[in-house]
Ligand binder design. Structure first.
Ligand SMILES: [Zn+2]
Length: 184
């Protein structure tokens, strides 16, 4: 009895690999040899790295991604980071962030890095920037603040009062906000 094995044509191999890559994009592969968490790279989209641990879900909220989303995304929380101790990572496929989304992410994760991926290559890497004055992004927690008055054409204005923990002070009523995720 003879057995003939024929190598698949190059075309079908590529298709098979492509299919595999697509299937793997949202899966974390755990390398048991190195005991570290590896994330399979995405083809097109955005990787938001160095998010302060615990803030990944707030990043999703800023991006308008809810539980019922059909966006292909990966969320990694509380992984070890040399720089930060612990960090979160969010990957969103087929999406590049708008400047206003980046500005909001800076306010909850001031050390975040934003990597734009096109055709599996990192084409841009941005470090977010925590401004000292923030206008028109944070809603004041004080319902009586002039910036919350419907008839007043006053744009909210906050100053960064501290980074660890993150704190912001309203310019108008001096109300301090520590957890701003509910006020973006
Ligand atoms: Zn205020």
């Amino acid at each position: 009895m003879s057995y003939h094995w024929r190598a698949p044509s190059t075309g079908s191999t590529n298709r098979a690999e492509e299919h595999l890559n697509t299937a793997c994009t949202s899966i974390y592969l755990i390398s048991s040899m190195k005991k570290e968490l590896k994330i399979v790279p995405i083809k097109n989209g955005t990787v938001i790295d160095h998010i302060a641990a615990g803030q990944a879900l707030n990043v999703l909220k800023i991006l308008g991604i809810h539980a019922t989303t059909d966006a292909a995304l990966s969320v990694v929380m509380n992984v070890r980071s040399k720089q930060m101790g612990r960090k979160d990572i969010v990957k969103v496929e087929d999406r590049e962030l708008k400047p206003e989304e980046v500005d909001k992410i800076a306010l909850i994760a001031p050390r975040a890095t934003i990597n734009i991926i096109r055709d599996s290559e990192v084409v841009a890497k941005h470090q977010v920037f925590l401004p000292t004055i923030i206008e028109g992004i944070i809603r004041c927690a004080n319902p009586n603040c002039i910036s919350n008055a419907e008839r007043e054409p006053v744009i909210s204005r906050f100053s960064t009062a501290g980074e660890n923990p993150l704190r912001f002070r309203c310019y108008y009523c001096e109300r301090m906000i520590e957890d701003i995720s509910g006020y973006l």
